[in-house]
Design a protein around this ligand. Structure first.
Ligand SMILES: [Zn+2]
Length: 427
């Protein structure tokens, strides 16, 4: 029996090649979805002739497994293979969930599921109900293990609340749903957009953990703004933060580069730094070797002047250049932000294989900084089917990074303590 829990995985991201064959046999594959996606990602056609036959194993593997380097269309084409093969009708959902639970090595696992934002309320309830029943059946069929369902909702502030009401209806009717997750595209959806929904989830009579993917993909903004989003999500009440890579990525990765962001995003960042000015400055000065750290903090007058200049210019987009000074400020700002996240008690879910494939983090993983800070963290496999991994391999990866046996033992212990039910029982 293993001594850890799987707290960050997406149900349909857990499929094996055999599961894909099962889906292909059950449904009429919508090959056009995969073919179009593959062609646009790779610039050549996929060969689907006898693709699901056992002898085509290596070809199927080459279309399905994705390990990087980061290339979102290529990752999407692997995911579109799943979409092409699946129907997500209730019978399929029950069978898929049962299969995934049956081979789960962890003693406790929470699986997330996102449906299309176009789904009707009745369909959502029917499908979610099937998943909850599958988890319940799996608990009975595998004594000593627990399997829990977390529903991912769209970040859209209109449909998110409607589907949350459906989750509540199901939970009141006895379906065990332990948390609400927000995943998929981050860009364009600041945590503030969902503050009402997050408050409603927190204050619901039934208990739900709030799981929030943030700081994983931030192509549209400065690193500081991405770090701020992580802090904002934690302050808004997220119990666990998915990836939060921006919070601990090595600033040297950005040194010498220029990023662009909306002027409104930069203004939000300036407001944030002014509001927290004393706290940031005190934190930096209290570090063991502040050196010229104090000088790195832009002063309030400079920040206010920059805000006035941006407003006067009428610019929609501003550039942020990572000079040596700015890079060092970023490092200090991240450390301060980690202390803020740690103070909320939010848990960061680190997913090594996923971060390598999607973000391209191959060394100096944020986990190494989190372990030196007070940030609580766990390890998850995210989409183990696509990344061809499992939690054992993930622990092996962090071991290679120099994470010690005692730290690994602590990460495992954390996973058993930071389950949705335990985190929400102390709210
Ligand atoms: Zn995820």
């Amino acid at each position: 029996m293993t001594d850890y829990a799987e707290l960050h995985s997406h149900l349909y991201g857990c499929l094996t090649l055999d599961d894909l064959r099962y889906l292909a046999g059950r449904n009429k594959p919508r090959w056009e979805i995969f073919l179009k996606s593959y062609e646009s990602a790779y610039g050549r056609s996929a060969d689907i002739q006898d693709l699901m036959a056992p002898e085509s194993d290596s070809r199927l593997r080459s279309y399905y497994h994705f390990k990087g380097p980061p290339d979102f269309p290529k990752f999407q084409s692997a995911f579109d293979l799943i979409i092409a093969l699946s129907s997500t009708e209730p019978g399929e959902l029950f069978e898929v969930a049962s299969r995934v639970c049956a081979r789960e090595p962890a003693v406790h696992a929470e699986y997330r599921q996102l449906f299309s934002p176009m789904i009707s309320v009745s369909e959502f309830e029917e499908k979610t109900g099937a998943l909850a029943e599958a988890m319940e059946a799996a608990c009975k069929n595998h004594p000593g293990k627990t399997f829990r369902l977390v529903m991912s909702l769209p970040r859209n502030p209109v449909t998110g609340p409607v589907l949350f009401e459906s989750v509540r209806t199901l939970k009141r009717a006895g379906k065990n749903i332990v948390g609400i997750d927000f995943c998929a595209q981050e860009e364009g959806y600041p945590p503030s957009l969902l503050s009402d929904l997050l408050s409603a989830i927190k204050s619901a009579e039934e208990r739900y953990s709030i799981l929030y993917h943030v700081g994983e993909s931030f192509r549209d903004k400065s690193v500081e703004s991405a770090v701020r989003w992580v802090v904002e999500a934690a302050l808004a009440g997220a119990h666990r933060l998915g990836h939060a890579a921006a919070l601990g990525m090595d600033p040297d990765v950005f040194r010498g580069s220029t990023r662009e962001e909306l002027a409104s995003e930069r203004l939000d960042q300036i407001d944030f730094e002014i509001k927290n000015y004393d706290s940031i400055r005190e934190f930096i000065l209290a570090r063991p070797a502040p050196g010229s750290a104090a000088a790195m903090v832009p002063n309030k007058d400079q920040l206010s002047q920059e805000a006035r200049d941006i407003r006067a210019s009428g610019k929609k987009v501003v550039s942020v250049f990572y000079s040596p000074e700015r890079t060092e400020f970023l490092r200090a700002f991240q450390d301060w932000a980690m202390s803020q996240v740690a103070a909320t008690g939010a848990v960061v879910e680190c997913c090594p294989a996923s971060n390598q494939a999607i973000i391209g983090i191959t060394r100096n993983h944020p986990l190494l900084r989190f372990l030196k800070s007070n940030v609580r963290c766990v390890i998850g496999a995210d989409d183990p089917g696509i990344f061809d991994t499992d939690l054992e391999k993930e622990f092996e990866t962090v071991r290679k990074w120099g994470v010690s046996e005692s730290e690994i033992a602590q990460l495992k212990k954390n996973s058993l303590e930071f389950t949705s039910e335990k985190l929400t029982s102390v709210d």
